[in-house]
Every structure is written in C-alpha cells, then in structure tokens.
Design a protein around this ligand. Structure first.
Ligand code: CA
Length: 241
C-alpha cells in the first residue's frame, strides 16, 4: 500500500514590500509549502475570491486596499471565509491587535519579526486548520464549556446550568463563535461573516437582533447580560472567564 502523500499547503502572501514577500515565500518553500504572491490588497483579494488557500498572510499597511479592509472582505465573501489569516503589522500598539483580530484575522505578528517566529505561527495556524465556526458545520468542532454553559457542536446541543436550550442554527453559531473566544471582541461585520457566511442580505442590525434572541435564551437576566456583552461602538464579546 502506498503511503498517502500530504498535499502541499498553499499560502497566499499579500505584502507590498518585495523583500519581505520574497523572504516569506522562500521560507515557506523550504518547508514544502507553495506560495502565491500578491503585491497589493486588490490583487490579494482577487486571488482570495478566486480560489481556496490553506493560509493567508496579510500585511496591514498596503497601498490601495489596506489589510483590514482586505481581511474583512475575505471573511464576508470569498472562497476563504474560513481560512486562517495571519496579519503582519508594523505598529506595536495594542489597538493593532484588536483591529486585526476584530477584522477576522486569527493571529498577528509585529514587524520586524524573525523567520523562526513567523514559521512557528504559520505551522500553528495550519495545524489548527479552518476556523472553529467552519468546523462546526461539518460537526468536527470541539465542545466548549464556558462557565455554566456547555456547547456540543457535534450534536448541536447547548446546556445552560444543566438544562437543554433550543437554539436555531444561527443562534447556535453566534454563541459558539463568542464562547469559544472569551474576551475577544467581534465587530458586527466579523460576526456577519461567521454566522451568515455568504448571505449578503443581512446588516449589522441583524446581528443585534440575533444577539437579543440569544440573550433571551441563555442569560439569567437578558436586560443585564453577563455572558454576551456589548462593546459600545464596536460589537460583542463573551465576558472573560
Ligand atoms: Ca506594507
């Protein structure tokens, strides 16, 4: 019997600085990954719309479309809605971290970075594979326990304090995304991308309505939520545990 040959992971690298882009691709190549290069946001987004990748490495500061805009667009509608995204940023401010994660990126790395650090992040993201929200659909996501709430994606079951709670698939998806990332703020746009996927007929208001419905079902006092919190001017998060 022949051993199965693992396919070469395909990585999209969107970076306008040629030296950095080629350095990244050189090291991806050394680890038997194939690299597709884009030198600006528009080209990167175009590629992400056309074909699926195993990972996207996306620079924040790009001419034309910036990294956050590209990231949000990839999450909203492309063939890479669930693909892990590693954001590269030149600034060290904490706000970058928030902006990056909030826009739908999975991890970020501040320039200048070492090649070892980069490759460690790349391998970790590839091991993790498509996002939790995507895995939920195929029933392979891990169960999550958050305070008194248990979520079992394989059975699509939610228990609050030992009591079964019926959720629609969108309510379930929203709760799963938030509770598997406690403390992480998700913008309405990020939640739209993860809960509704390709449906373009929804707006930020749809997220607010969905959050209200979820709160009514899982919060002890929906008027003063302790699980799904509003982050004013930004979006929602699950309270830190
Ligand atoms: Ca740049």
């Amino acid at each position: 019997m022949e051993a199965a040959i693992a396919p070469r992971p395909e990585v999209l690298v969107v970076e306008d600085e040629t030296n950095i882009r080629e350095l990244i691709c050189l090291h991806l190549g050394l680890e038997h990954m194939s690299c597709v290069q884009a030198a600006d946001g528009q080209a990167g987004l175009q590629l992400a719309r056309e074909r699926p990748f195993d990972l996207v490495i996306l620079d924040l500061m790009l001419p034309g479309l910036d990294g956050v805009t590209v990231c949000r667009a990839i999450r909203r509608e492309s063939r890479n809605v669930e693909t892990p995204i590693l954001m590269l940023t030149a600034r060290r401010e904490e706000s970058d971290k928030v902006v990056g994660l909030d826009s739908g990126a999975d991890d970020y790395l501040t320039k200048p970075f070492g090649v070892r650090e980069l490759m460690a992040r790349v391998r970790a993201l590839l091991r993790r594979g498509p996002r939790a929200a995507a895995a939920e659909v195929s029933g392979t996501a891990r169960p999550v326990t958050y305070k008194h709430i248990e979520i079992d994606p394989s059975r699509r079951r939610v228990r609050v304090g030992g009591r079964d709670v019926e959720l629609t698939s969108q309510e379930f998806q929203l709760l799963y995304v938030l509770l598997s990332n406690p403390g992480i703020v998700f913008s309405r746009e990020a939640l739209l991308g993860r809960v509704w996927k390709d449906d373009t007929f929804v707006t930020g208001r749809s997220v607010d309505t969905l959050v209200k419905r979820v709160r009514r079902k899982i919060e002890e006092n929906p008027a003063e939520p302790s699980v799904v919190l509003t982050v004013w001017g930004t979006g929602y998060k699950a309270a830190d545990v």
